[in-house]
Write a protein that binds this ligand. Structure first.
Ligand code: GDG
Length: 736
């Protein structure tokens, strides 16, 4: 049976040591609950750090921990104190956490933190590798382990890997600040399925991938090397029934009411980890403002602040704690009376049943993070509003991922104290029927999309991506296929080799004229041409002059402008179609207009075509303009004998009778070739692939759909294959 391997920074079991004995307590965090209640029974194994640094443990303790957590389906990954310091408190929580939550001024860029992050991700990889069995699904969680999917992929190309980020994915403008941005993206893209809480984060991720890693997404899917990767939103839910049930315990709610909710007073709650992203300080300022603006509520409301200690080894957290406590002191000093304390403050974690009772008895939950991936507290509060006679109101920040699902909450901007104050008033005055109605609508949604559904949905999508990967696209030209190709090459008496140039023999560059062949490439071509059995043709969209300048010295056939001109081995160029270019003067002004409107764009003129290039333009603008230009051109060319084609960062308008397929057809049908090899990377090469006989090896270079049978990922991979062909012994000349 295939298994589910879950990998997160911390194990869902907390290990505590008292004197010399260890105890193990399963923690009921969201993910753990979701996975535990998955419908499909799967064997599960969870990897993570048990929470105590390994240099503080004897080998006997480590052994006991391994055995103890095994009972909970877990395997420990031990980390030293130095690793915890630089990886967890360093890169994860001083670099990624602030940056991804838009706190760039708190972000520390430290090479040694980055090294520790890489090292710990590698360490996780080493621990997991021996445990992976064929068919296992691997689910990596969160920002501490963003390199891990890529590391696992490098070792297990076929593995099923999912990655879920629990925090926001920031916009490109933030991510670009990070010196290691490309490595992080490549790491995440090692997964087959990448999940976020919200579509907004999907958008940011794809836009960064496009700008930084050069992969081009199509509708939330992209080809990474030859692997289909899907990126999607999976808003995490909660264990709705567990919260709803727990909130119905009258003995606990009574106790909480007695302490925190005196008769005649209304109660507002604020529950979070003590973290600067949660906006606790701004919330207190807004509460202060509320008491000032609406003095009639003094002595009628109280705010209970639960701040769960968090990351106390990071300075800004300690500073924030001091500021919060000072602010609470100020409010209580300013407005408090002998009978009334405006803010009660609990700096600790409450037991689960006390927390749900607090949710249940509160009149208002004031949840105002400055940024939050999702915010489960908001959902939990709504789930606990089960008493029809006492429905509470949720005030939620628009910066929390949960806001897009909980639209019936009062949604506020956490920086706007004025609107928070009036939201508090609105909440306190809201009629019971409306409170009930709003909660019912939100509860309906939360009851359906629970954390179990979330986990099930994610894993099912992972399976679908894997199925799609196998149906889609050309097979990799590696391993046995490569061997077969080389052995057929070796055995063949006559070979036809058709090669596109840009994107196939050389990589794309910003300035097309800079893509001249290097000496290694020319050497490889020369060796191939030295073999009598080879007929090699370069067939490109380039013009005659460029091809003559670059390959004029080689005794080979060249085809320019997608087949408009051909130069035979003797060096003479012949037009293959009669030029008919009157259309150019009609089309050119339109292309010029789109050059003016798109900084970085330019026009290239060829004998039979006009090409609008936007490789150097800002990617989003380039995409937008490409679509607009295509639409405009389609309308203009409807009655002309010309076609409009979109290629890699270009729009080309050309004579319809000219294409690479037609150009190579006479060569293909000239004789029965025992070996044909065709390679190309863009849409113009698809015309060649389409006219090839069954026995031809057709090879697409790079990502994207293709008619080709095989794929190589990069120009480098392809050149390496050509070199391998050139290294094979040439066929001896046939005996006269
Ligand atoms: C990260 C993302 C995303 C809180 N106080 C007590 C207590 N809690 C529990 C809550 C809730 C959890 O802690 C907090 O979850 P949040 O979602 O609100 O926030 P983060 O800890 O920052 O979590 C966040 C989440 O991952 C999931 O993907 O939503 O955006 O930042 O479940 O119940 N639990 C107990 N006592 C407390 O006093 N027992």
């Amino acid at each position: 049976m295939s298994r589910l391997l879950i990998i997160s920074n911390r194990l869902p079991v907390s290990v505590t040591r008292q004197a010399d004995s260890l105890s193990f307590q399963p923690s009921v965090g969201g993910v753990a609950t979701g996975i535990a209640s998955l419908e499909e029974p799967k064997q599960r194994l969870w990897f993570g750090w048990p929470g105590i640094a390994s240099d503080r443990l004897s080998s006997e303790h480590k052994h006991q921990i391994a055995e103890g957590v095994q009972e909970h389906g877990c395997k420990p990954v031990f980390l030293t104190s130095a690793e915890v310091r630089d990886f967890y408190f360093g890169f994860a929580n001083r670099t990624i956490w602030p940056l991804f939550h838009y706190f760039s001024h708190y972000t520390v860029f430290d090479e040694s933190y980055w090294r520790a992050y890489k090292k710990v991700n590698e360490h996780f990889c080493r621990e997991i590798m021996p445990q992976i069995k064929l068919g296992d699904k691997i689910w990596v969680h969160d920002y501490q382990l963003m390199l891990l999917p890529g590391m696992l992929r490098a070792k297990r190309p076929e593995a099923h890997i999912g990655f879920f980020l629990h925090i926001p994915f920031p916009s490109f403008e933030l991510l670009r600040l990070l010196p290691w941005r490309r490595e992080l993206l490549e790491g995440i893209l090692g997964a087959d399925l990448v999940g976020f809480h919200e579509y907004e984060y999907v958008r940011h991720f794809l836009s960064s991938v496009y700008r930084i890693s050069d992969y081009e997404p199509h509708l939330s899917q992209l080809m990474v090397q030859n692997r289909l990767v899907r990126v999607d939103a999976f808003p995490m839910g909660i264990d709705y029934h567990r919260f709803a049930e727990s909130s119905r315990r009258p003995e606990v709610t009574k106790e909480i009411k007695k302490i925190h909710h005196p008769a005649g007073q209304r109660m507002i709650i604020s529950v979070d980890r003590l973290d600067y992203t949660k906006g606790i300080l701004k919330r207190l300022e807004a509460y202060d403002w509320f008491l000032r603006q609406y003095p009639e509520y003094r002595e009628k409301v109280s705010l209970v602040v639960v701040a769960v200690p968090s990351r106390t080894k990071v300075d800004v957290y300690n500073e924030l704690r001091e500021q919060i406590e000072r602010m609470i002191g100020h409010i209580n000093g300013e407005y408090g009376t002998l009978d009334w304390t405006p803010v009660s403050y609990l700096y600790r974690s409450l037991p689960f049943e006390k927390l749900t009772a607090l949710y249940a008895v509160a009149d208002v939950a004031l949840i105002t993070p400055l940024r939050d991936g999702m915010n489960l507290v908001a959902k939990e509060f709504v789930a606990c509003q089960q008493d029809k006679n006492h429905p509470g109101v949720l005030i939620l920040s628009e910066m929390a991922g949960a806001a897009s699902e909980l639209a019936e909450a009062i949604v506020i901007n956490p920086h706007d104290k004025e609107s928070i104050a009036s939201a508090l008033r609105q909440a306190l005055e809201m009629p019971q029927a409306e409170r009930l109605k709003r909660n019912r609508m939100m509860q309906e949604r939360l009851r359906r999309y629970t954390v179990a559904r979330w986990a099930g949905d994610f894993l099912q999508s992972l399976e679908q991506v894997k199925t799609k990967q196998h149906i889609h696209g050309p097979a990799p030209l590696t391993g046995a296929v490569r061997k077969k190709l080389l052995s057929e090459y070796s055995a063949a008496e006559q070979r036809l080799i058709l090669l596109d140039y840009d994107g196939t023999l050389v990589s794309y560059v910003k300035q097309p004229e800079d893509a001249m062949p290097d000496t290694t490439l020319l050497g490889t071509l020369q060796s191939l041409l030295a073999d009598q059995a080879n007929t090699i043709i370069i067939i490109s969209g380039r013009d005659r002059d460029t091809l003559t300048q670059w390959f004029g010295n080689l005794k080979m056939t060249l085809i320019a402008e997608h087949g408009a001109y051909m130069r035979d081995e003797s060096g003479v160029w012949n037009a293959q179609v009669k030029p008919d270019n009157e259309w150019k003067e009609i089309i050119r002004p339109m292309l010029e207009l789109y050059v003016d409107r798109t900084p970085g764009a330019f026009i290239e003129e060829k004998t039979f075509s006009l090409v609008w290039h936007c490789r150097k333009s800002e990617p989003d603008l380039a995409n937008l303009r490409t679509q607009e230009l295509k639409d405009a051109l389609m309308a203009m060319t409807a009655n002309l004998n010309i076609g409009v084609f979109e290629g890699a960062k270009i729009v080309e308008v050309k004579h319809i009778g000219v294409n690479k397929g037609q150009a190579v057809l006479p060569w293909v049908s000239r004789q029965q070739w025992p070996f044909i090899f065709v390679a190309g990377d863009d849409y113009t090469d698809e015309d060649m692939f389409a006219v090839m006989p069954e026995n031809a090896f057709t090879c697409k270079i790079g990502p994207g759909p293709s008619r080709a049978q095989y794929r190589l990922n990069t120009v480098g991979d392809f050149r390496e294959l050509l070199t391998a062909m050139a290294d094979l012994k040439p066929k001896p000349k046939p005996q006269q």
